[in-house]
Design a protein around this ligand. Structure first.
Ligand code: AMP
Length: 221
């Protein structure tokens, strides 16, 4: 979790590449369902473009639809999930279907102004779902997706006035979510301002992923 442009998707991508996690981004699920042409997803699009949270019932419907098509994978890294406390039981139920639970919540901290500044340099590829940044994560060829060679675009909800609205709502909804995960003893705050690799190392330390990888290796021997 973290405010807009705190680096959630970037960190999730690295975790997926290095440790084989499956990413589930509610934002991506919504965008994918919009493209898929579902009637309720079209309603969701209007909220997304205004930078507002999609109403919970509508979100659950759209995520449910996506899961009916694609199923629930194992070892998920959620990004942008549980933006409201009411989403927590939904996520719990989703994971319980596979005998799982939320093991840890990583919250990336960055100042609001940093969010706004980072977003002004952000680019998105609708074909591969990858996110790039002019300074922090430039594509190999400016304006072009490394993976697909397609043109990069600006997301509607990445415009500065929309970002400020997203931040306002974000902070308002965060408190009860934080309280719930703190009470479960699984809330970890990680500084989102150093380099991408330093943040990744910190996440690996918090989740003790290296230790788990070593244990799995020695068990396999
Ligand atoms: P993101 O790609 O995570 O920045 O999300 C883009 C947009 O999708 C948000 O501005 C919201 O409108 C919507 N959205 C994403 N995740 C959620 C969520 N967990 N609850 C409600 N709306 C969401």
């Amino acid at each position: 979790m973290g405010p807009p442009a705190s680096g959630k998707d970037t960190q999730a991508e690295i975790l997926a590449e290095r440790y084989g996690f499956n990413i589930m981004s509610f934002g991506e699920v919504l965008r994918e369902e919009v493209e898929h042409g579902g009637e309720n997803a079209k309603d969701a699009k209007e909220y997304m473009e205004r930078g507002e949270l999609v109403p919970s019932e509508l979100l659950f419907e759209v995520v449910g639809q996506y899961i009916d098509r694609k199923g629930v994978p194992e070892n998920i890294v959620f990004t942008g999930a549980a933006r409201r406390a009411v989403e927590i039981p939904f996520i719990d139920k989703l994971l319980a279907q596979r005998g799982g639970k939320v093991d840890a919540v990583i919250y990336l901290t960055i100042p609001d102004e940093e969010s706004v500044q980072r977003i002004s340099g952000r680019w998105y590829s609708p074909t591969s779902d990858r996110t790039y940044h002019d300074i922090y994560k430039p594509p190999k060829v400016p304006g072009i997706d490394d993976a697909t060679g397609e043109k990069l675009i600006k997301r509607e909800d990445d415009k500065p006035e929309v970002v400020r609205e997203r931040l306002r709502i974000f902070h308002q909804e965060l408190e009860p979510v934080k309280e719930e995960f703190e009470s479960r003893g699984i809330w970890y705050e990680v500084d989102g301002t150093p380099s991408i690799s330093e943040i990744h190392n910190q996440i690996v330390r918090v989740l003790q992923l290296d230790k788990q990888a070593r244990t799995a290796e020695s068990q396999a021997k």
